[in-house]
Design a protein around this ligand. Structure first.
Ligand SMILES: [Zn+2]
Length: 163
């Protein structure tokens, strides 16, 4: 679930070299020209959308998601799981099949180290909710990024926008 940040953003790096690399082969220049035209058309369409109403809508939507972010107070960047276990008492029945559990844990990775934290029964629901809240945070961050990129293209990303 934490694979998101590691992924290379699509189209961020290497796209242009890929297109140029096709130059000597089949219709490289033509393809490049076509892509350029498409980008120009997209850009033109986007610029046309720059109306006060459009900006207000973007800012209002962003504020809604920012407000939702502020409610995610239980967030835990980790994975919840339950498992059965054996203990260190040599003659315990758990060593003959009757293992203890299930016991709840939340695995959290910091840097390169993953730790499994035991979760008491009374805290299970809150921790599960916190794990879901973190996933929601990532969704909201992606959506707000899209809005901010659009604001940037419109030249309206200043940091002083009123909601
Ligand atoms: Zn035992």
């Amino acid at each position: 679930m934490t694979s998101g940040p590691r992924r290379t953003p699509p189209g961020a790096v290497g796209k242009a070299p890929g297109i140029c690399g096709q130059g000597p082969g089949f219709g490289g220049d033509f393809l490049f020209f076509r892509l350029n035209s498409i980008c120009t058309i997209c850009y033109t369409l986007r610029m046309r959308k720059r109306s006060p109403a459009r900006l207000r809508k973007l800012l209002a939507q962003r504020q809604e998601w920012l407000d939702e972010m502020a409610t995610l107070s239980l967030m835990v960047r980790g994975s919840f799981f339950e498992r059965f276990s054996t203990c260190s008492r040599a003659h315990c029945a758990c060593h003959k099949g009757a293992r203890h559990g299930p016991r709840a844990y939340v695995a959290v990775t910091e840097g390169k180290v993953q730790r499994q934290h035991f979760v008491r029964k009374g805290q299970v629901a809150a921790v599960k909710r916190g794990v879901r809240q973190y996933r929601r945070l990532l969704v909201l961050a992606r959506r707000i990024t899209r809005i901010n990129l659009e604001l940037m293209r419109l030249g309206a990303l200043s940091g002083t926008e009123a909601p």
